[in-house]
Ligand binder design. Sequence first.
Ligand code: KIV
Length: 272
Amino acid sequence: MSVQKKEIKRITTNVLQSMKRKGEKIAMLTAYDYTMARILDAAKIDVLLVGDSASNVMAGHETTLPITLDQMIYHAASVVRAVERALVVVDLPFGSYQGNSKVALESTIRIMKESGAHAVKLEGGIEIKESITRILTAGVPVMGHLGLTPQSIYKFGTYTVRAKEEDEAQQLIENAKLLEDLGCFALVLEKIPANLAKKVSEMLTIPTIGIGAGSGTDGQVLVVHDMMGMTKDFQPRFIRRYLELYDLMLQATTNYIEDVKSVQFPNQGEQY
Ligand code: KIV
């Protein structure tokens, strides 16, 4: 008797580019752990981003700056172990690529070897051109990230919408074109005006993935904790909550505590 192996069509960078050509939208979410990644992959998410937002939602830091390369690799390896279908992209954390392209390649190689991920994401445009080129030369797919780039929060000063003014919008357009010309396979556009994101998306042949950038991009990404309603005190207008998990989990925990204290848990059927 032969054992039939389940055939799963994996999402690759080529699949994403053909989705753009066909006008099929790309759905991306962040993931940082095995159990969550299994659920998102089972639902057929196209891309899982092991974002450095792990610094905020997993570790409780105010910014994405403190997370280390070792910590990103730990999260990425957990996600990769869970995934059968999605493309797994990992953020290069702050300090692991900006300084020089050799360091950028070394960080990338560690991520690829130690986690088994499929691609990396870097924040920025022309200023990180050499790092992107070197990573691409090593055969690793790169996703770009423009607009609000949280690793530069202390330069911006706030998390408000970027590129509202003409000169910053023009700079973003030039950087987007540069990232495509360098060979990036996709581009995240974060918190920029919807009409600018649409213009950039129409101008590029590579897919754009928006967050707070309107409906004109080729796909959307949200931080999974926001989308599931676990982060109650973070409520920017671009987030849609598909669950109110904070409330549900709070209630479940309250019920559990009550049951333990009143000796209603465990019952006869829940013991040996
Ligand atoms: O780290 C992250 O979660 C991200 C997304 C917001 C795009 O970079």
